[in-house]
Design a protein. Structure first.
Lengths: 150, 150
DNA sequence: ACAAAATAGGTGTATATACTCCTAAGTAAT
DNA sequence: ATTACTTAGGAGTATATACACCTATTTTGT
């Protein structure tokens, strides 16, 4: 019994949107994480700190929605930040909720990380060209909204 | 001491290439994983099976390179496939190497998964439009090659 | 032939991701 | 007021990801 899959079918799978997006995400993550390494922050953590700092005080579920991230994923991603004292998680007025805020330590870490992020971001955008990155970012947004409506 | 970060600095971070790529990757992964769920395969696993099936017999490091994936990540990603008997890992002629091959079980799983993948892929491409996906895929490839040359 | 260098790969550890199932607390129906 | 429903969130489990460090094997320089 030879396989029933046509030899021409499998190469098509290299066009997989999920594979190509994940691959690109892995690649840039390595680049950004390396750039942020002196701060001890991963890019995921940096992004969370930025969001928390901007929002002031935010519920867990809301923060998860913004990142198109599962709520339970966010809970786990907050752990290392809390352990390092960069954020605080306290019960909200609605006693079901938990509110996340950034600490002074967190602000300081953010100040330290910001110039490193700016450098690697500028480098990536420059090498892609600003136009290409603009259209790419729009496309990525389209992908996200497409999935949200599923 | 009020924070020294200009109020206009943080919103710029929402343009982060890493954040936007990871976010989009999370979104599509949820879509594809859901589509493949009846097979018990995650999209990552499906992609690996496709690659292994196409390449016939491939060394661990080579397979990792193709996916722009850390070698040790691949090692761990192969584990669930091996445990389910979908692939085999055997020592190569060069006794340092390990060669990965797909099993009959793996071929069968692939046959089962292929139409489900085709459906979700076609759906995504259609909703994005073929043109947009084409340009997007080219952009993603550009990102990967950009990072590889760092 | 043998020591040094290079190569292939795995383990330990830590983070990232999400599904299923569970508890607690608020809200609505009667 | 009490029950039913809904909402917010965590815990258990499993996969995904990669860095630092380790071992084993091959290649290379002499």
């Amino acid at each position: 019994m030879d396989h029933k899959i046509d030899r021409l079918e499998l190469p098509k799978c290299m066009d997989c949107a999920c594979f190509n997006l994940r691959k690109a995400a892995r690649a840039v993550t390595q680049l950004y994480d390396k750039a942020l390494r002196p701060t001890g922050l991963r890019t995921t953590q940096f992004t969370l700190l930025v969001g928390i700092s901007m929002l002031g005080a935010v519920r867990v579920t809301r923060l998860a929605e913004i990142g198109v991230m599962d709520r339970t994923t966010l809970t786990r991603n907050l752990k290392p930040l809390e352990r390092r004292g960069l954020i605080q998680i306290t019960p909200g007025n609605d006693h079901r909720t938990r509110v996340v805020t950034i600490t002074d330590e967190g602000q300081k870490a953010l100040e330290q990380a910001l110039p490193l992020w700016k450098k690697v971001q500028a480098d990536v955008v420059k090498r892609l060209s600003q136009e290409r990155w603009n259209s790419m970012r729009a496309d990525l947004g389209e992908v996200v909204s497409l999935v949200s409506k599923s």
